[in-house]
Design a protein around this ligand. Sequence first.
Ligand SMILES: Cc1cc2nc3c(=O)[nH]c(=O)nc-3n(C[C@H](O)[C@H](O)[C@H](O)COP(=O)(O)OP(=O)(O)OC[C@H]3O[C@@H](n4cnc5c(N)ncnc54)[C@H](O)[C@@H]3O)c2cc1C
Ligand code: SF4
Length: 572
Amino acid sequence: MGDINMNNKNNNNQFDAIVIGSGISGGYAAMELCTKGYKTLVLERGRMVQHGEYPTAHLDTWDMENQGKVSLEEKETHYKKQNRLPWWVNEDNKHWVNKDDEYPYNEDERFDWIRGHHVGGRSVMWGRHCYRWSDIDFEANKKEGVAVDWPIRYTDIESWYDYVETFVGVSGQAEGLKQVPDGKFLKPFPLNCAEQKFRDAVAEKYPDRVVTPGRVANLSEYDPEVHKGARGQCQTRNRCWRGCPFGGYFSSQTATLPVATDTGNLTLRADSIVMEILYDAETKKARGVKVKDAHTGEIIEYSARIIFCNASTVGTTAILLNSRSETFPNGLGNGSGELGHNVMDHHYGMGAMGYLPGNEDDYYQGRKPNGFYIPRFTNLDEKSKRKDYLRGFGYQGSASREKNIPPGILGKDLKAEIFKPGGYFISMGCFGEILPYHENKMYLDFDQRDQHDMPIITFNAKLRENEMNLRKDGIKCAIEMLEAAGVQNIRSYDSVTAPGACIHEMGTARMGRDAQTSVLNKWNQMHEVPNVFVTDGACMTSSGTQNPSLTYMALTARAVDYAHKQIQAGKL
Ligand SMILES: Cc1cc2nc3c(=O)[nH]c(=O)nc-3n(C[C@H](O)[C@H](O)[C@H](O)COP(=O)(O)OP(=O)(O)OC[C@H]3O[C@@H](n4cnc5c(N)ncnc54)[C@H](O)[C@@H]3O)c2cc1C
Ligand code: SF4
């Protein structure tokens, strides 16, 4: 496998397809297009990062400045907004994180926008949790009269989940749950002894609550015939967010971009900021994109037959809102006026923890790259119905050995004591659904410009009554489950997070059945501009409780297949 190709092989700037963004969804779009034979240009605003260029992958805490902590001065200067989540920016990941002072945005309401501009986007640093959506999610808006109906159901996407899971490599355990359907799993990273004990205790008292190994895109089994690219067996060292030299988890660098490169059809241009999509009123299609070179400032136009928008939920919608023409004065394909609205995320910052007695003589090997997951169990049917909120929440958590460092002793006595194992500590955090509110939105402030002369993105979104009521139940249920397992010294927490903090931002160019009320049709194709497809999180019509990226990938592969068939049929 060679480096990702960066040469422009089409000197006339004409391609079959353009993909904007090289993150999780953009990488997937590029691979699917290239393998179908399309000369594809991927435009990425950030710097080039080849597989293996992970500067902190082999460092230990003591190898880094300030034991891995970013200095207060640096945080105050460069990460003022992100430092509102004090655990987030560290020496081991700061090179993947945009600096707030270099990439300004405005907040009518607080929004924690976490993103990185580089090839691979957030695929390099994501948490890798992958869960399918079900009809409980796809039908919810319609059943409850919330926002608009999803134009698809589970059967529309099921085979595409199979398809992407097989390539991505998702480890997990089949549980037969209707709310998170089973997938094409590699063997799970098993629960450790304390997590298994917790699972058993919860199952006994609450049979509808399932503690299962987190389903993660880490190769617990490696098959070179299937897991193509620059991948290898996961070595369970749990440093994935720094970039994995073994290619043990799915990222654009390890998986999709190398496969796209091998087709000979990929051209990837880094440091290329897409400013707008250019509309041709005569053909009623997009004719290409306007790009600014991040270093030279040169403005270049590229044209293509189809354009895939994968610049992330916020990045894509910013480009679309900035693409103004006589036909679309409020942004490309924005006849509905919905572009920028219905911002969603998941909300978290609530959960519980404590000490799980027992298992002193058990241990576990390695550092598995996951903990446990508890899928949603509320509002699934009449029995689990809640009166004070719609939808539900899931949990991610883990149990691990505490260090045994007794206070007040030194020397030989301390040495003897620390060889004795500590007890198990268990912690679980709740991920809640946010409803799609029209009032929650992002927009561009055209009177303020950033360093590249792009209008400043502004957020106006917040949690509302449904979310606040849901949080209370999430904490209550966490305590109940820990109590059922005999956990001691239980502490709960409720630090309300702003939208964005969960890094699952969604919505802003939603799919729907009606061009009057939505931006995209059921194929992720713009209702009003048929050769433009949006397959990142901007397309989402509701937020579910599951981590969303697997669904973006499945929708992307499905949309490329559709576009290809339309082209073959001479309709696009
Ligand atoms: C720490 C962390 C943990 C996470 N854990 C999980 C998880 O466990 N499960 C899960 O499902 N999701 C998780 N996520 C979220 C996940 O990373 C995102 O959902 C996913 O990366 C979105 O894919 P994307 O292709 O839409 O955007 P990204 O991966 O963000 O890629 C977008 C790319 O577009 C580029 N771009 C933006 N604007 C422009 C422009 N104007 N011109 C050219 N290029 C542009 C960006 O530089 C970037 O490279 C996590 C994220 C983080 C940061
Ligand atoms: S846990 Fe696996 S995927 Fe993560 S860094 Fe280690 S080897 Fe790589």
